[in-house]
Design a protein around this ligand. Structure first.
Ligand SMILES: CC(C)(COP(=O)(O)OP(=O)(O)OC[C@H]1O[C@@H](n2cnc3c(N)ncnc32)[C@H](O)[C@@H]1OP(=O)(O)O)[C@@H](O)C(=O)NCCC(=O)NCCS
Length: 247
């Protein structure tokens, strides 16, 4: 992906905004390092905005000075709605599931140690994210906090001293999610990613979660290999991120 108009973290962020439609609302925040790109975060993909809602929301965002609007990763039904409202796909993701986290081997022998990722380390985690994702999909410091807050419960872990890798996992009552994982490029292929995914699976297993989901771009071979090596299986459903220019 191109780097886009990435800016540094000193650029002032807009306050969060909620857009309301016919029986559905969504949260808007500016995309990490791109203050003029609005990210639409639907609260529920079960209840979708109408095309009229989307048209009204994009108009409001235009008035607020945004030049682009981008969705979160959408499943099929929501994706079709976005397409019908003039959005186009910018990223396609494979969805993978793990259905037996409790069978993950508990032994940590030979595994890189992990430790709690403190909020004070979110800036360091963002720097790793930026290097690992190398472009416009990287998370700014405040977005790392948003990922932690996205599920009712989360676990944020780091590896290495100084910090070389981090992962954020989440869970609700029934499901677990591997939300984010990044390893500093110069320290990849040394087992840090594997250690963080195993830590996540074991945490979820302790909470009796039986299904863990993760997604990654279709062309992310290293991540796909890592997840499949650890027992995740590809699902047939794809997720898609959509975008629309507002100029
Ligand atoms: C994907 C990523 C987290 C892997 O972390 P890592 O610490 O390098 O991975 P590990 O050393 O633990 O590797 C574990 C296994 O993953 C697979 N793997 C990791 N990197 C790979 C690569 N470049 N090519 C092929 N397989 C790879 C291998 O199966 C490997 O096992 P092996 O070394 O015994 O062959 C890392 O490459 C990264 O941060 N990438 C950019 C961000 C990203 O893609 N995040 C996750 C997806 S959204």
């Amino acid at each position: 992906m191109p780097h886009g108009n990435a800016t540094d973290e000193r650029e002032p962020q807009r306050p969060p905004l909620v857009l309301r439609g016919a029986g559905v609302s969504c949260r808007v925040q500016s995309w990490s390092f791109q203050p003029h790109t609005a990210q639409l975060v639907l609260y529920h993909q079960q209840r979708l905005p109408t095309r009229a809602d989307l048209a009204q929301w994009t108009q409001r965002l235009r008035e607020l000075g945004y030049t682009k609007v981008r969705t979160t990763a959408l499943a099929t039904t929501a994706a079709l709605r976005a397409e019908s409202a003039g959005f186009h796909v910018v990223q396609e993701l494979v969805l993978l599931e793990h259905t037996s986290p409790r069978r993950t081997r508990a032994s940590s022998a030979g595994r890189a140690p992990t430790q709690r990722l403190l909020p004070a380390q979110h800036a360091a985690a963002s720097a790793i994210d930026r290097a690992a994702f190398a472009g416009e999909w990287a998370l700014a410091t405040r977005a790392i906090g948003d990922v932690c807050a996205a599920t009712p419960h989360h676990r944020a872990r780091g590896a290495g001293t100084p910090l070389a890798a981090y992962a954020i996992s989440g869970r609700d009552a029934k499901q677990g999610f591997l939300q984010r994982l990044a390893v500093a490029p110069q320290l990849q292929r040394r087992g840090l990613g594997r250690a963080l995914v195993l830590d996540s699976l074991q945490w979820l297993a302790r909470w009796r979660v039986q299904r863990v989901l993760v997604n990654t771009p279709t062309d992310n071979e290293p991540a796909l290999a890592l997840y499949e090596q650890l027992g995740f299986q590809r699902m047939t459903e794809r997720l898609r991120v959509y975008e629309q220019a507002l100029a």
